[in-house]
Write a protein of this length. Structure first.
Length: 511
């Protein structure tokens, strides 16, 4: 691969222009991440508006996720062949156009097609916003760049359901897509004026069509399997078995092909770098644990604790408070503190918070439930900023876009896998525990006091069943959080597998 220009070829931005460009790139990342979750709470509205079943409506989420998961790891190749700035600006403009088409779609089939196109556009925006953020900042302030980027990555998934619910209640589901249009135009307009001078030398490598085809097959099969598994009872379904086989064979073929190609479409050779490989491992384990908890908490609150979607969203929103405050503070530590220490502290704190959640009971009040989220917001920036510093700081400038694409791909895929595994385990544990608790209550004569209190036999059974259900869900929730806590603890310890940096970590600003 041809050598990219050095970061000294173009002077970094300064003053108001730097602030404006950083805001544009952060906003692009926020918009792409926001759309991974904004439709989650809107599925019932979309299903009702287009006269389809709620299960069919989930394809609005799945189609976007699959398309995005395919293009994220392609970012390095796209940037090298067509230019990082060019790909970024085209992706932003396409994202806005596809968002408008999603809102205008007259049928469900067309909506799914437009969501696929939207996901294909949104995929490169996340890693390229990160790559270009490093490019426009002077070397001594690139830690701050990662702090700003990481802040949007943390807040985006939380803001999605909150914003989606508010828009659907007050304006209608098409507006969850329409709001992207003016934002995309704003980003495109400023990006085309501020960023072109940061374009790097293009690499005219041949197109790896076989690698691209294998990537589409195994990633698409895996993502659909994860999204539809719980709905069709996992491996009791021939569809899921077939998808699992396709994903496994496709993945093995993809690895063999890409590792033996001169010009692979995804640069898997980056994993030969121990720091990068460990960063990827810790990213997958930690983000999977973190994101699974983000999804599980609202489910628990709404199904068992009597919270509305709005109030469960308010619980989650507190996570963003300290995340926003701490991101620039943690960023200032990059280059001065061993990043492994930052990651270990942040992931350990995430593990402690998950363990804290495993101790809650059905009598927990609003602030008892919210307090762990506030503390979690304090620890997450240490993880995000530290792990990106380790992963991207260990590779060369010409590999930054590829490395960022792989890290973001592992983050999104680990999140999807963890959510599917967690929600299935939670549902199964709740069901089994409920039967066991109800049986013990009946055997212990728990119905007698209820009937003596004036309830009929049917009312007593119903009351007992409700109590058993609530306790079963609580016990299942605690066991899942305990498992997530252990996973995060293993991840925290794994960061020490990365070699000690020889000096201050310098984040690359290249292709």
């Amino acid at each position: 691969m041809a050598q990219a220009f050095s970061s000294d070829d173009v002077r970094p931005l300064t003053g108001p222009l730097l602030v404006l460009a950083a805001m544009v790139l952060a906003l692009a990342n926020f918009m792409a991440i926001l759309d991974t979750t904004i439709a989650n709470v809107s599925v019932p509205n979309i299903a009702g508006g287009l006269a389809i079943s709620p299960s069919e409506g989930t394809w609005v989420i799945t189609s976007y996720s699959v398309a995005e998961a395919i293009t994220v790891p392609l970012t390095g190749w796209l940037a090298a062949r067509f230019g990082a700035v060019r790909v970024f600006t085209i992706a932003v403009l396409s994202f806005g156009a596809c968002s408008a088409l999603c809102g205008l779609a007259p049928s469900f089939g067309l909506l799914v097609v437009c969501r696929v196109l939207q996901g294909l556009s949104g995929g490169p925006m996340m890693p390229l916003s990160q790559t270009l953020m490093l490019r426009i900042f002077p070397p001594e302030r690139r830690g701050q760049a990662m702090g700003l980027w990481s802040m949007t990555a943390v807040v985006g998934p939380i803001a999605g359901p909150l914003l989606g619910g508010a828009i659907c209640d007050n304006a209608g589901w098409p507006w969850i897509f329409y709001i992207n249009v003016p934002v995309a135009l704003f980003i495109f307009t400023l990006a085309t004026r501020l960023l072109p001078r940061y374009e790097l030398k293009l690499v005219r490598a041949p197109v790896d069509f076989v690698g691209l085809g294998l990537l589409v097959v195994w990633v698409g099969a895996l993502q659909i399997m994860l999204d539809k598994g719980e709905e069709v009872d996992w491996f009791n379904s021939s569809l899921i078995v077939g998808l699992a086989i396709v994903a496994a064979i496709g993945f093995a073929s993809f690895l063999i092909w890409e590792l033996t190609q001169k010009d692979p479409i995804v640069n898997l050779r980056l994993f030969a770098n121990r720091s990068f490989a460990v960063a990827c491992l810790v990213m997958a384990l930690t983000y999977g644990s973190f994101f699974a908890s983000v999804v599980l908490i609202p489910l628990w609150l709404q199904t068992s604790m009597g919270y509305s979607a709005l109030w469960s969203g308010r619980v989650m929103a507190f996570q963003g408070v300290l995340a926003v405050i701490m991101s620039p503070i943690v960023a200032s530590l990059v280059g001065r503190v061993d990043p492994r220490r930052l990651v270990f502290f942040g992931v350990s704190l995430i593990s402690i918070v998950l363990f804290w959640r495993a101790q809650l009971n059905t009598d927990a009040g609003y602030w008892a439930i919210t307090a762990p989220q506030i503390v979690l917001g304090f620890g997450v920036p240490f993880f995000f900023i530290g792990i990106n510093s380790i992963g991207l700081g260990a590779i060369g400038p010409a590999e930054t876009a590829s490395g960022s694409g792989i890290l973001n791909f592992l983050r999104t895929t680990a999140g999807a896998f963890a959510v599917s595994l967690t929600t299935t385990s939670w549902a199964n544990a709740s069901s089994h525990t409920r039967v066991e608790i109800a049986g013990r209550m009946s055997a212990s004569g728990a119905l007698d006091p209820l009937q003596q209190g004036g309830l009929t036999s049917a009312q007593s059974l119903q009351s007992l069943d409700q109590l058993a259900q609530q306790q079963a869900v609580m016990l299942a929730t605690n066991s899942v959080f305990m498992a997530l806590s252990v996973c995060a603890l293993i991840s925290a310890c794994s960061i020490w597998l990365a070699p000690r940096p020889a000096g201050p970590v310098t984040l690359s600003a290249g292709h």
